[in-house]
Design a protein around this ligand. Structure first.
Ligand code: SIN
Length: 486
């Protein structure tokens, strides 16, 4: 097998695939996928892609993004996202992608929380991510190496030369002039999450082990409406667009209690709705439901076919029957620190894009459906940047093919303990004391004989906890009970 490439891309979500598609076809590019290519967060994205509908909507989209981000966004990144978004969507449409349209051929836009207008494009009803993923895969001119776990980056004196991988029971090196990390977020660190099972913070952990900075790691987003009963690792998402189109959050007495927390009710930003549900459950001990009675059966089946299919399969008679809900971990606003072209400044030849990256575009709380757009917009910028510099002279540096113990016998038990710890102590509502308890236990586990993959998860968990401890007042998705000072 060839082991040297121009570009190595880690991850097969929207960011990785779009970056690949934007690179010149003359380059040798390899994409590595930890599992099946579709085991990524893009595949499971339901709601859609947010995009300004016309030039007048660009400043409004910018404002909505800044507002949801609680004043913590990087304004330049937000301007890039919202002003380059329409072009990125047009490119996708020009390639032949079909968003849902009305009977006259006009694009259909839906609304989601904290958007001041309907600007969310969707496809296949509520299967936007799956449709986009399949479409991008069909266009791909480069090979994918499946079932490939990246175990390290090949870095020497501030320069990256590729990655070490585990594939077919062997560890070996893949060399590349440029490495794009597009590996997604950190979902599997939490007990309840909506993410693909592959999303476990490995690349963020590898970055930390090389001293590559992560930023805003306390900013973890919890989606308000997930169906968390049942044993599946990935919890069933109930798209924000349900609420955008009339679904209500009620308790077992039928009370729409979110209005007690915010005058925008169910359409407040998702950190607000998540906390309202979490607190209401804690304070009243009552079950909370998503009430779908605003929809007729016919319309629901046609507009939300995946949710209809999934919930019916589990045994719920939707939309007639209310669905019990809970917030669940959904998205990491924090990530590998990059500039607006995906460059990781501390190490040459590494780029990061999509959920694993931090440009500051989402601030303290991501606006709904901005992430697929981020994947499209910033991957084009990364590809442009790489195309400019790929033909510069490049010296290959050889690295030993070190065998590493990736998994040890007790890791699974400790991994589950970590998930529990993160959910309870570094989750929706944080406290200094319990964060400290979590920190101590993470440190203790790091001292045990454990495999490398668990070590990487622990490093990222430690970073989340430390960042949460450092931010002493609540902001956006980071909610910390204030200390009482006497
Ligand atoms: C959803 O459909 O609610 C998810 C949208 C998003 O995470 O942006």
């Amino acid at each position: 097998m060839k082991t040297s490439y121009d570009v190595l891309i880690v991850g097969t979500g929207i960011a990785g695939l779009s970056a690949a598609l934007a690179l010149p076809k003359s380059l040798s590019v390899l994409i590595v996928s930890k599992d099946y290519a579709w085991e990524c967060n893009t595949f499971y994205a339901q709601g859609g892609v947010a995009v300004a509908k016309d030039d007048n909507d660009i400043p409004v989209h910018i404002n909505d993004t800044l507002d949801a981000g609680a004043g913590h966004c990087n304004l330049e990144a937000v301007k890039v996202l919202c002003s380059e978004g329409p072009l990125a969507i047009q490119r996708l449409i020009n390639m032949g992608f079909n968003f849902d349209k009305d009977e006259h051929g006009n694009l259909l836009y839906t609304k989601e929380a904290a958007h001041s207008t309907n600007r969310i494009l969707h496809a296949g009803g509520d299967a936007t991510g799956r449709y986009i993923h399949l479409f991008l895969m069909q266009q791909l001119p480069f090979p994918i190496l499946y079932n490939t776990q990246v175990t390290d980056l090949l870095i020497d004196e501030g320069i990256c030369y590729g990655a070490r991988v585990f594939h077919n029971d062997k560890i070996f090196n893949l060399y590349a002039k440029k490495v794009i990390i597009a590996s997604g977020g950190v979902g599997s660190l939490y007990e309840y999450h909506t993410n693909a099972r592959t999303i476990s913070a490995d690349m963020q952990g590898i970055c930390l082990s090389h001293g590559i900075p992560l930023a805003d790691m306390e900013m973890m987003q919890f989606h308000p409406t997930a169906f968390v009963l049942g044993n599946s690792v990935r919890k069933q998402l109930l798209s924000e667009s349900l609420r955008g189109e009339g679904a209500m959050v009620v308790d077992e007495d039928g009370k729409r209690f979110v209005f007690d927390y915010d005058s925008r009710g169910e359409l407040a930003p998702r950190d607000v709705v998540s906390r309202a549900i979490f607190k209401h459950k804690q304070q009243t001990n009552k079950e909370v439901y998503l009430d779908l009675s605003a929809f007729s059966k016919e319309h629901f089946k046609q507009r939300f076919p995946s949710i209809y299919f999934n919930m019916t399969n589990i045994g719920y008679n939707v939309p007639e029957q209310k669905i019990p809900i809970s917030p669940a971990f959904h998205y990491s606003m924090g990530g590998i620190k990059t500039d607006l072209h995906g460059r990781v400044h501390t190490i040459k030849n590494i780029y990061a894009v999509g959920e694993c990256a931090h440009t500051g575009v989402h601030g303290a709380n991501r606006l709904a459906s901005n992430s697929l757009l981020e994947g499209l917009v910033f991957s084009a910028r990364v590809a442009e940047e790489i195309t400019k510099s790929i033909f510069e002279p490049h010296v290959q540096n050889l690295f030993p093919e070190t065998e590493e113990v990736l998994i040890r016998e007790n890791d699974k038990t400790l991994k589950n303990e970590l998930r529990h710890l993160m959910w309870n102590y570094a989750g929706i509502i944080r406290e200094k004391q319990t964060l400290q308890t979590a920190f101590n236990r993470v440190k203790e586990i790091l001292g045990l004989p454990i495999g490398k993959l668990l070590r990487l998860r622990l490093l990222v968990s430690q970073e989340i906890i430390t960042s949460a401890l450092k931010r002493k007042t609540s902001l956006g998705a980071h909610y910390i009970k204030e200390e009482v000072t006497l």
